[in-house]
Ligand binder design. Structure first.
Ligand code: HEM
Length: 385
């Protein structure tokens, strides 16, 4: 049977993936653009696939020509489209911006941003009031985007990341491209302490541009929705965050359904199926995270689980470069909210929250909360299953 990412699957991907996983580890599927792909659903195969050098991230290895998101060439040569050795070289350079020292130095900045956002929330929609602006302001800080430009920057990134209207997305991409080009040129001419300045000497103009673009794409939406989806889980269970909450949010509540598509460089056997060279492989991280052979009671959101070997930040050479920063943002963000509003609760039953489910991501449309006082919780169960 060919799996389709149709409404039925997107409405309840957890159930659909559980069914598929029970049938076998590897499935034929049709991506929304109509192309044939292979879908991998078991934890061991997903984890191994993430680090397998025979699975390339370079579109040149697609036999049929990859038809996904088309980026201007200057933005295309980024870490998530490259393999070793080019990937290794670029990653080493960008890694300079994410050393433990540099990330630790960002803590007071993130605390300031989270604190001022948390002070101003009304609870009408915590997603729009808090989860969205937190990472965008952190990334602007990281990239050295002047505060006056943040609003415009955000409207372009929103149009690119959530393309409700293809015309608007194209024009926003053009504006973003022009903005990043002049930002990168300014950093070269007059370096500061920000990420782009730190790497300016070692990267070509295009490499710098594609790095800025990738950090924006990779560092924004996932943080927004791990925080939003994760808060919904916490609040629906009346839990306060602990030191292991972030990992459980990344395992159970992450919006990310699939890793970046990969292409087989040669015939590759996965879970007993031989996938011919040149084909597209989708590693279903969200399915792996509910694999009962690795996570007991996998569908339960349980921050106190003893072991949590999730692959929510990837695994292997493409492991999330921004994971330490993401953890910092999530931890500080939760702390800022719960220290101010310890009795915060969902304003509607969990079952009434609205989701936006797409091929790659599953996220809340809004997160209405009461900042104090609990919603009568009878019959409200979280989204465990
Ligand atoms: C909770 C939030 C985040 C999640 C769940 C997440 C998840 C991931 C995953 C799964 C990958 C690997 C993709 C693959 O191999 O297919 C990845 C790669 C990456 N992430 Fe994140 N990420 C998050 C936040 C961030 C942030 C805040 C940044 C930077 C500001 C960032 C920058 C990157 C970069 C640059 C890569 C590419 C690494 C490479 O190819 O070598 N991410 N992320």
């Amino acid at each position: 049977m060919v799996v389709r990412f149709d409404e039925e699957l997107l409405k309840d991907p957890v159930c659909a993936y559980a069914r598929l996983r029970a049938e076998g580890p590897v499935h034929r599927a049709e991506a929304p653009d109509g192309s044939a792909v292979w879908l991998v659903t078991g934890y061991d195969d997903v984890r191994a696939g993430l680090a397998d050098p025979r699975l390339s991230l370079d579109k040149a290895h697609s036999a049929t020509g990859y038809r996904g998101l088309a980026l201007p060439p200057a933005l295309d040569r980024n870490l998530l489209n490259l393999d070793a050795p080019e990937h290794t070289r670029l990653r080493r350079i960008l890694g300079r911006a994410f050393t433990p020292r540099r990330v630790a130095a960002l803590r007071p900045v993130v605390e300031d941003i989270a604190g001022s956002l948390a002070d101003a929330v009304t609870g009408e929609d915590l997603l729009a009031e808090f989860c969205v602006p937190l990472p965008i302001r952190v990334i602007c800080e990281l990239l050295g985007v002047p505060p006056a430009d943040v609003t415009e920057f955000r409207s372009w990134t929103d149009a690119v990341l959530v393309p409700a209207d293809p015309g608007r997305a194209r024009s926003a991409m053009g504006s973003l491209y022009a903005f990043l080009t002049s930002l990168a040129a300014a950093k070269r001419a007059s370096p500061g302490e920000d990420l782009l300045s730190v790497v300016a000497d070692s990267l070509s103009a295009d490499e710098m541009l594609s790095a800025a673009f990738l950090l924006l794409l990779a560092g924004y939406e996932n943080v927004v929705h791990v925080l939003g989806n994760g808060l919904a889980e916490l609040l629906s269970r009346g839990l306060a965050p602990t030191s292991s909450t972030v990992d459980e949010m990344v395992r159970h509540a992450s919006p990310l359904q699939l890793a970046i598509r990969r292409f087989t460089r040669e015939d590759v056997e996965i879970g007993g199926t031989t996938i011919p060279a040149g084909e597209t492989v989708m590693l279903a991280v969200a399915a792996a995270h509910r694999d009962p052979s690795v996570f007991p009671d996998a569908d339960v959101f349980d921050p106190s689980r003893a072991e949590n070997p999730h692959v929510g930040f990837g695994f292997g050479p493409h492991f999330c470069l921004g994971a330490p920063l993401a953890r910092l943002e999530l931890e500080v963000g939760l702390g800022a909210l719960f220290s101010r509003y310890p009795a915060m609760a969902l304003a509607v039953p969990y079952a009434e929250l609205e989701w936006r489910s797409a091929f790659r991501s599953r996220s809340l449309r809004a997160l209405p909360v009461r900042l104090s006082g609990r919603f009568p919780q009878s019959g409200t169960v979280g989204g465990g299953g």
